[in-house]
Design a protein around this ligand. Sequence first.
Ligand SMILES: C[S@@+](CC[C@H](N)C(=O)[O-])C[C@H]1O[C@@H](n2cnc3c(N)ncnc32)[C@H](O)[C@@H]1O
Length: 219
Amino acid sequence: MPSSLGRSQALYDSLTGAAYDYAVERPALARVAGRLLWSADIAVFYRPMDAIAEAPDGAVILDVPCGGGVALRRLGRGQRVRYLAVDYSPGMLERTRRVASELGLTGVEYVQADVGALPFDDASVDLCVSSAGLHCFPDPARAVAEIARCLRPGGRLVGSMAVCGTSARHDAQMALFRRTGALGPGGTQSDLEAWVRGAGLSDLQTERSGALVRFEARK
Ligand SMILES: C[S@@+](CC[C@H](N)C(=O)[O-])C[C@H]1O[C@@H](n2cnc3c(N)ncnc32)[C@H](O)[C@@H]1O
């Protein structure tokens, strides 16, 4: 694991990760937090996860970063998919494992990996869900390129991120979080569009609410 990841991992293995996770697992609380922190309708964060529930049997789903397993909650018990839950934080992976066990989900694989070097074959994934990850990753352009490498032709990337450049207050807040190691360099909505196009993905759709952006694209 790259040493640059150590600080952020320690943070997410600690109380901050637990507090974040507590909020996102409670949509009513997340709705308030989304408004206060990002001036956003939190639906922008949750909606991309619906793609998981719609995935057909046999699909390979990559959830990176899986964090504490919030997206996994969209997986139905009867869905016969290969679900790859990826995060570099062992603590967050352990939370995801607990969610899967509570929900009686089998067929979930837990993979500790850096999104910049995913241990999966080219063109092996049908759907990648990346919720609230791109503003945390140390190199978001590389992350999108790596996800795109793993997608099959026609495969989809869906997700959300907090973007810079929407207001001075949000930018200051992000700079503060960045200093704690919780966030990576992040980027603006235009940066997001450049990462997606640079990775060879097309049909990009975005929806912004406050400082949160929902995105989807296809390989
Ligand atoms: C804000 S959380 C989002 C987690 C989850 N998707 C959610 O929406 O609740 C960010 C996650 O990114 C993970 N992370 C940060 N950098 C990473 C990297 N380079 N590779 C893999 N995971 C990373 C952290 O461990 C943390 O679990």
